[in-house]
Design a protein around this ligand. Structure first.
Ligand code: SF4
Length: 377
């Protein structure tokens, strides 16, 4: 499956128009998960409506030409409260799709009515069965699991479809099947699986034995193929890539340019490419922001984003990946935050994150394919 099958021409430079924006309605989170990367999650710094109005002014022409999403991310976005979140959503009008990434602990009947009224698509963070959620705790250090499943039960009671996002801290044999079966029962229709990342204020190591991680992904593919009732994000991406390589069409998969994915901080600051960098500063790179929507229109900020010093360095790193990594056609060059928090710079290439979540993932899919090919093949 060498991605060397043909040159990879996508992911050159940053697009001027994003496919979605990430909004931080508050820095606050009501939980205090051990692996969380957010630096200010104990403080309730709320986004003023003027910030949402400025972003909405930029988004409206983009949304008029096609599907456009506004992703409310935190902190815990529901900690901003229904009234404030509604005031922040209002300027966007009916043309955008709203999404929230939530820990689910605050979801009740009133929130479900809010999701219906505002057409919000919900994604829930939960790591599997109760004993797998030891790192998801309240500010008092108590397990949050019961509150999470209560929130999920409310979504189900109201017939609201939802996605789930699971963090896997220690991939191990047998775990992938358990994990997939859990989410089949939970009732989500989309599942994303993240191997824990070393980033932000989470400094726990993420180096794992290569064969173990590959076996984890191979087992997850097998579990999914037995009952493919959930869209399993990572596995479906990998299979789409594998099919495109076989069809000689792999170069059509990556976008021509990187999606800028602007994250709008509570104060209007704009951080492109990696939400995880928002709120951090560095002596050489400054605060990582490319501007503030209260001072400069978002379209103008994005047009000049490649000139942000760290962004230029990251684009050099993407080109280094293109020329050195056989997985570039699948991965597209990885994420800025992983390079920064693991390597201390943006122009490096391989990280533990890309080994765990790109390279071993694709190898796991291939291992599964090899183990299940017919003897005649
Ligand atoms: S980030 Fe890692 S997997 Fe992706 S292209 Fe670069 S070296 Fe390869």
């Amino acid at each position: 499956m060498a991605a060397r099958a043909q040159p990879v021409t996508g992911m050159r430079g940053i697009a001027g128009v994003p496919s979605y924006v990430v909004m931080q309605p508050t820095t606050l989170c009501n939980l205090d998960c051990v692996y969380c990367y957010l630096p200010f999650r104990a403080a309730d710094r709320r986004m003023p409506v003027a910030v949402a109005e400025a972003v909405a002014a930029a988004v409206k022409p983009w949304a008029a030409t096609g599907r456009f999403s506004v992703v409310w991310h935190g902190g815990e976005p529901l900690a901003a409260g229904r009234e404030h979140l509604a005031a922040l959503m209002a300027p966007f009008g009916p043309q955008v799709e709203h999404h929230v990434q939530t820990n689910a602990t605050l979801i009740d009947d009133a929130w479900c009515a809010f999701f219906v009224e505002h057409g919000v698509r919900v994604s829930v963070s939960v790591d599997g069965a109760r004993e797998r959620n030891g790192d998801r705790v309240t500010r008092a250090g108590q397990p949050a699991y019961d509150r999470i499943v209560r929130g999920v039960a409310a979504l189900r009671r109201h017939g609201l479809p939802f996605s789930a996002l699971a963090v896997v801290s220690r991939p191990a044999p047998g775990y992938a099947t358990e994990l997939y079966d859990y989410f089949l029962d939970l009732g989500c229709d989309v599942l994303g699986v993240n191997i824990e990342e070393t980033e932000g204020v989470n400094t726990r190591g993420n180096a794992h034995d290569a064969a173990t991680v590959t076996a984890f992904w191979a087992e997850l593919v097998a579990a999914w193929r037995r009952a493919p009732r959930i869209h399993l994000r990572e596995v479906e991406w990998s299979l789409r890539y594998a099919a495109a390589v076989l069809d000689g069409a792999a170069d059509d998969l990556l976008p021509r340019q990187l999606d800028p994915i602007p994250t709008i901080g509570h104060d209007g600051s704009v951080t492109v490419l990696s939400p995880e960098l928002a709120g951090f500063t560095h002596p050489r790179y400054g605060d990582f922001s490319s501007g503030n929507v209260l001072a400069t229109p978002l379209a103008e900020i994005l047009a000049g984003a490649a000139g942000t010093p760290w962004v230029g360095e990251f684009l050099a790193g993407v080109e280094a990946c293109r020329s050195s990594c056989p997985y570039f056609g699948f991965c597209g060059g990885g994420h800025a935050a992983n390079r920064y928090f693991e390597l201390g710079r943006f122009d490096g290439t391989e990280t533990e994150h890309c080994r765990n979540s790109k390279i071993r993932l694709l190898e796991g899919v291939l291992e599964h394919a090899r183990d299940h090919q017919s003897p005649a093949a």
